[in-house]
Design a protein. Structure first.
Length: 95
């Protein structure tokens, strides 16, 4: 499979530096995003989308081909639009 970058979830929500984080990942084809979700062992914790559609598109444009996370989904667990799924998979980026 090859190498993979692992970053903290907060990096994708820090609006002051998200562009810098994405630029640092330019050319990286595989990305794992670690959140605090896996620390909750007792119950399923609802969560927001992993990132905004704008950030997801920036990652795709930078060459991302595969994304993973310790959450159950990249999308908002309360939603039904699956916007990030459609965006990533529409760009042939494996989730």
């Amino acid at each position: 499979m090859g190498s993979c970058s692992v970053i903290d979830h907060e990096a994708m929500h820090d609006t002051s530096s998200v562009r810098e984080h994405v630029e640092a990942l330019r050319g990286e084809s595989r990305l794992l995003i670690r959140s605090t979700h896996s620390e909750s062992h007792e119950t399923y914790a609802e969560h927001d989308a992993l990132m905004s559609a704008k950030v997801a598109q920036m990652l795709i444009d930078s060459g991302l081909q595969m994304i993973g996370t310790d959450r159950l989904s990249v999308d908002d667990s309360r939603g039904s639009s699956f916007a990030l799924h459609h965006l990533f998979l529409g760009a042939h980026c494996v989730i």
